[in-house]
Design a protein around this ligand. Structure first.
Ligand code: 4NP
Length: 145
């Protein structure tokens, strides 16, 4: 799960998907395309909304996406079109490019809709983001179960 800072959207996406697939042998991680917040815990507003749904993301630590992640992971979900473009620029071949997907395309195929960045907005934004990611993760699990 990849966003810009790895403190708002992708930690939530990681927490939600990991929670839904606890019974499966699947690794879910998140990262940011930028390195601004490396080592930090998720934004308190993300922690709070996850808590509301009994998901604990407070032990996550922000990290920057690395090219090695293309080897480690089978699917790489971008939260928005900027993340998608950035990831695409890091991919070194078609096999790596094929791993990159827009997470909201899971809900609306080929839409290339972005999960809005809630960082500068109010708590409402986090609620909206949570609901979008929850719906997308429900679609994802139907494919990996
Ligand atoms: P995220 O949100 O990409 O969902 O983690 C952001 C977090 C921090 C910044 C931007 C977006 N920032 O500019 O510091």
């Amino acid at each position: 799960m990849v966003c810009l800072g790895n403190i708002c959207r992708s930690p939530l996406a990681e927490g939600i998907l990991a929670h839904k697939i606890q019974h499966l042998d699947v690794t879910v991680e998140s990262a940011g395309t930028a390195g601004y917040h490396i080592g930090k815990m998720p934004d308190e507003r993300s922690i709070e909304i996850a808590n509301k749904y009994e998901i604990d993301i407070s032990n996550q630590k922000a990290r920057q996406f690395s090219r090695a992640d293309f080897d480690e992971f089978d699917i790489i979900y971008a939260m928005d079109t900027n993340n998608f473009a950035h990831l695409t620029s890091l991919a070194k071949n078609q096999n790596e490019r094929d791993k990159i997907r827009m997470i909201l395309n899971e809900i609306k195929p080929e839409s290339f809709d972005s999960v809005p960045d809630p960082y500068y907005g109010g708590d409402n934004g986090f609620h909206l983001v949570y609901n979008m990611l929850d719906e997308a993760c429900n679609k994802i699990i139907t494919q990996i179960e």
